[in-house]
Write a protein that binds this ligand. Sequence first.
Ligand code: NDP
Length: 606
Amino acid sequence: MTVTGRFTSPDGTVLDKESLRQKYLEERDKRLRPDGNDQYLRLTGRFAHYLDDPYTPKTERAPKTDHVTVAFIGGGFAGLLTGARLREAGVDDVRIIEKGGGFGGTWYWNRYPGAQCDTASFVYMPLLEETGHMPTEKYAHAPEILEHCRRIAEHYGLYDDALFHTEVEDLEWDEARSRWIIRTNRGDEFTAQFVAMGTGPLHVPKLPGIAGIGSFRGHSFHTSRWDYDYTGGDPSGAPMERLAGKRVALIGTGATAVQCVPHLARACEELYVFQRTPSSVDVRNNQPTDSEWFAQIATPGWQQRWLENFTANQTSAVADEDLVMDGWTDIARRVRSKIMALPPEDFTPEKMAEAFENSDFEKMEEIRARVDSVVEDSETARKLKAWYRQLCKRPCFHDEYLQAYNVPGTHLVDTDGQGVERITENGVVAAGKEYEVDCVIYASGFEVGTEYTRRAGYDLTGRDGVKLSEYWAEGMRTLHGIHVHGFPNAFVVQPTQGANLISNIPHNLTEAGRTIALTIKHALDNGFDEIEVTKEAEDAWIELLLSGTGRLLGSPDCTPGYYNNEGQDSGLRGRLNVGYPQGAMAYFTYLDKWRSSGTFEGLAFR
Ligand code: NDP
């Protein structure tokens, strides 16, 4: 569909939409590369040390050879939420297996300076009501979130049987005994009647496949394994005094870099930020929580109301009052008001898409104008402007990132979409120029578009010896994103093929946790050995998912990144990477009814 012409944004700017579209396409085209996800390096072999845990020493323990009712793989929000719901349901025998040295998942690993939640704490931090915690800020910082993970684990007794620094290597269905055999890298071989897996969408760090990357003689690390021994400082933001006099290269300008750049800018003698694609960085406006206000809102059931309100404001056609009022709901509010302003005869898919596009152009113009208003050097400001639709990449919100480029000694090295050219013994080369540095920090993100089983680090062998990697060879197949035919008593905890709500992942996990706890409880109470989704129910769910309009995020005409599989068409696999066609809130409502009916439609209990 082509929609041409100009429009005047509320501040009076006349926008030539065709030129903007052209500019967006040029920016995409210069970044597209045939190797897609293969451009990145896996952290194995001589790069494996980048994965070492800098935070907790490993302790020896005897291998487990026993049996548990439920084993949960992953000690992040997914495991904590499902574990909590299981305990509430009276299922006490729950063992959480976690590769990190403690609970927290992404918040265990990501302790880089400035790490903070981009979604309002009141909806992002799970189980606030149950644990009685009041977030101290609208957007909590990482140490508080990590502490909250520990609080949840303690509150629900999840430490009791947890195995830390333990990676599952193999999961095998024992047909004769209706249980899973679990093998780990610590020599464990135990069984579980049920297994659930919440390994997280962003848990395998990756390095950019830059020529010469192994040759650097200085210090280097990935942001998800921050080396405070080298930098000084701590996750709470204490100054990184050991960087005084140091020249540091930061590679990447995604959501992580946006948060740590201001801290590095304050600490380093010289900071070089290597940029391939700028992030869109909108206003953050963080606030401490007013305890009187919190006492008023925190009435029974408050967090579920807030969760639903946040989701409804983004994914329903008509939304109530906006409780959270932030950058995420602002995006949806603008689109909705443009669509609602259309005359009745223009309520067509084309006109609605045009309204959506106009709203996006307007928002991105504001974000680009913000760069000019903050960054003093006009050339640096020009390079920091993002030329794509806002949901092409993770929207960022920060009040110190752009400002950091005004700090003497902070340099943006823009690579015009091409990325770093080479790494040498002494530093980083971009556009033919070598920047000598003492330290290279990789803010290069995590594996997303690779196979689920590769990222999980294990495959599942289900009924009749079928592997999950074989069953999902053409793409993921589930009911509700949770149950997989041929893999009885196994549950996946993640957003895809369910609500697929990206702005607040914990809401997906909250609902999945409830569903799994209820389902397991039903089996245990009624003496069933096995739970399995029927082939018919799974097929019908997939058909329903494919009847939708597809992914809203990262369309193919965006600059490449993990939101759009690095700009490559992944065929059916990509089309299956979707959520419920009517949107996240409609999915949660549907799932609630499914649970309340008590019939577990689509599941067979034996
Ligand atoms: P990203 O994948 O978003 O960013 C990686 C960065 O590395 C990109 O800027 C990428 O550029 C750049 N890069 C890759 N290869 C090269 C190269 N060869 N040369 C130069 N640059 C290169 O990872 P992040 O860790 O920043 O964020 C991952 C996700 O984690 C976020 O999208 C978000 O979902 C989550 N997150 C959430 C936060 C929150 O809620 N507060 C905070 C931080 C992260 P290019 O864009 O061109 O590929």
